[in-house]
Design a protein around this ligand. Structure first.
Ligand SMILES: Cc1cc2nc3c(=O)[nH]c(=O)nc-3n(C[C@H](O)[C@H](O)[C@H](O)COP(=O)(O)OP(=O)(O)OC[C@H]3O[C@@H](n4cnc5c(N)ncnc54)[C@H](O)[C@@H]3O)c2cc1C
Length: 448
C-alpha cells in the first residue's frame, strides 16, 4: 500500500506583508489529538480553502479537515500581488496573449467562474469589499516597445470580443501619480484582492460552517490504508476517506511530478503607511494595480487604509529554486532593485522607507498545465497554479473537490484533459538555464 513522506515543508523568507498589515490573527487552532474526517485537505491557500468550500456545497454533512503547515495567509496567499485576473495572462508570452482564440475563450470562462465562486463566498461570509474589489487593472507601458505590446494585446482581446481601453500618459499620471508610464491598457474584469484579508476571512467563514482548519500542522506523511488514508503531522493523525493535496509546489515534496515542476520565487516590497504629506505629494487615485506590459517587468500596486494602510507595493525579480528556499542575500538583492524601480516611478517619494520585503513560492510547469486529477484511489491533487493561483488555485480546488465527490463540470473536464507537466532538463542544467533565462528577460524588460 502506498505511503508518501514529505522531503521538505515550506520555509519562508521575509514576512507575509499582506497579513502583517492586518490586525493580528487569533491564536492558531492546532491539531491536539487524533481525529477522523471524510475529507482531509493539505494546504489552506486559495486551492485548499476553495476545495473545502466546494466540498461543503456538494456534501454538506461531511466532516472536512484542512491542515496548514503555517499560519493562515502566511504562505503564498499572503505574499502575492492580489490580481485575480479573468483574461489570458500568459507570462511566458511577449504580451500575455494565450494559446489561441478558442482556448483563451475557454480559460476566460473558467477564470470568471473562479471569480464568481470567490464573490459568492465574499457575500456568504460578509467579507470586506476592500479585500475583494472588482476594480479592473492596467497594463502599464514605460516605453514605445511596451506600448506596442499593449496595442497587440488590445487587438488580441478585440478578436476575443473582450473590452479594453488604451490610457494615455496623462490618464496614467492621474491614476497613479507617476509620470513613468507612456500608456496603459485598462481591462475591467480583474478583481483586486487584499489576498491575506480574503484568505483569512474565507477561512473564518468555513470554520463558521463547520470546517476544521488546523494551523501549524505540516503534514509529514500520508498512507493508504486500503480504502481510507492516514494523514500524519509530527504528533497526531487524521484518518480520512479521501485526501486532497492543495499544497501547490510542495506536491513534489511528496514525490509527485518529480523533475517536472518549476519552483519560481518572486520578490516584493511594501512601503510604510504613507503619511498625509506623502499621500498628497503622490496624488493619483487611492487604489490601483498596474501589471507591466512586458510580463518580466515590474508590477506596482497602491492600496488604501481599508486594505491595511496607504501603501505602494513593488514586485519584480524572480529566481528558479528547485530546493524551494530563498537566501537572505537574494532577498537583499531584490530589495535593492525594488527601491530603484520605486524611485524611478515616484522620484518625489525617495525618502519613503520600505517596511517589508519578502519572497514567495509559485509553481509552474513548462507546458503551462496544472496537476488537477485523481492521483490514486481517494487521493486528489489541486496543485501547480502556473503563477496565477488566485484564479487557477480557486479552480483546481473546486475541481479536486468535485472529483472527490464524483461530480463532473467544465472545470473537471478542462483540467483532467490536460497533459502531464513536461519533464525538465536535469539539474544543474535546468537551474542554470532557467536563471540565466530569467535574468535575460528581466534585463530585456528594462524600465518596464
Ligand atoms: C510576489 C508574488 C506575487 C504574486 N502575484 C500574484 C497575482 O497578482 N495574482 C495571482 O493570481 N497570483 C500571484 N502570485 C501567485 C500566487 O500567490 C500563487 O499562485 C497562489 O498562492 C497559489 O495558491 P495555492 O493555494 O495553490 O498555493 P499556496 O497559496 O502556496 O497554498 C499552499 C499551502 O499549502 C501549505 N503546505 C505546503 N506543504 C504543506 C504540508 N506538507 N502540510 C501542510 N500544508 C502545507 C503551504 O503552507 C501553503 O499555505 C504571486 C506570487 C508571489 C510570490
Amino acid at each position: 500500500m502506498s505511503n508518501y513522506t514529505a522531503r521538505r515543508t515550506p520555509v519562508h523568507r521575509g514576512p507575509a506583508a499582506w497579513s502583517a498589515i492586518l490586525p493580528a490573527q487569533d491564536a492558531p487552532v492546532e491539531l491536539s489529538s487524533d481525529t477522523n474526517a471524510d475529507f482531509a485537505i493539505i494546504g489552506a491557500g486559495f486551492a485548499g480553502l476553495s476545495a473545502a468550500r466546494r466540498l461543503l456545497q456538494l456534501a454538506p454533512d461531511a466532516e472536512i479537515a484542512v491542515l496548514e503547515a503555517g499560519r493562515l495567509a502566511e504562505g503564498a496567499a499572503g505574499r502575492n500581488s492580489g490580481f485575480m485576473i479573468d483574461l489570458p495572462h500568459e507570462v511566458s508570452a511577449q504580451d500575455y496573449a494565450g494559446q489561441g482564440v478558442d482556448s483563451d475563450r475557454e480559460m476566460i470562462a473558467l477564470n470568471r467562474q473562479a471569480i464568481a465562486f470567490a464573490r459568492a463566498a465574499v457575500e456568504d461570509y460578509d467579507i470586506s469589499r476592500a479585500y475583494f474589489d472588482p476594480a479592473g487593472k492596467v497594463n502599464g507601458a514605460a516605453g514605445a516597445k511596451a506600448d506596442g505590446l499593449n496595442r497587440s494585446y488590445a487587438r488580441h482581446l478585440q478578436s476575443l470580443g473582450e473590452a479594453s481601453e488604451i490610457l494615455d500618459a496623462k490618464s496614467m499620471f492621474e491614476l497613479t501619480g507617476s509620470r513613468h508610464y507612456v500608456s496603459g491598457l485598462f481591462t475591467p474584469g480583474t478583481t483586486m484582492l487584499q489576498p491575506a484579508g480574503y484568505v483569512r476571512a474565507l477561512a473564518s467563514g468555513l470554520r463558521r460552517d463547520g470546517v476544521a482548519i488546523y494551523e501549524n500542522a505540516p503534514v509529514l506523511k500520508f498512507e493508504d490504508q486500503g480504502g481510507s488514508w492516514t494523514v500524519r503531522t509530527a504528533k497526531h493523525r487524521v484518518n480520512a476517506r479521501k485526501v486532497i493535496l492543495a499544497n501547490n509546489g510542495h506536491l513534489e515534496s511528496f514525490g509527485f511530478a518529480r523533475q517536472r515542476l518549476m519552483h519560481i520565487f518572486l520578490y516584493a516590497s511594501m512601503t510604510v503607511d504613507l503619511g498625509a504629506e506623502a499621500v498628497k505629494k503622490l496624488g493619483g487615485q487611492p487604489r490601483w494595480g498596474v501589471t507591466p506590459s512586458d510580463p518580466m517587468g515590474t508590477t506596482m500596486r497602491r492600496i488604501d487604509s481599508a486594505q491595511g494602510g496607504n501603501r505602494i507595493i513593488t514586485r519584480t525579480c524572480a529566481s528558479f529554486l528547485p530546493g524551494m528556499q530563498v537566501s537572505e542575500g537574494a532577498l537583499q538583492r531584490a530589495a535593492k532593485v525594488h527601491r530603484e524601480k520605486f524611485d524611478q516611478r515616484f522620484p518625489g517619494l525617495k525618502d519613503v522607507p520600505m517596511e517589508f520585503t519578502w519572497a514567495g513560492h509559485l509553481c509552474l510547469s513548462r507546458n503551462g498545465v496544472a496537476v488537477m486529477r485523481e492521483l490514486e484511489r481517494g487521493l486528489y491533487s489541486a496543485c501547480v497554479e502556473n503563477g496565477l493561483g488566485t484564479t487557477r488555485g480557486t479552480l483546481t480546488g473546486i475541481g479536486a473537490a468535485e472529483l472527490a465527490c464524483a461530480v463532473t463540470s467544465d472545470i473537471t473536464g478542462h483540467f483532467t484533459a490536460e497533459a502531464e507537466p513536461t519533464r525538465l532538463p536535469p539539474p544543474p542544467i535546468s537551474t542554470i538555464g532557467a536563471n540565466l533565462y530569467l535574468r535575460w528577460k528581466e534585463w530585456r524588460a528594462g524600465n518596464e
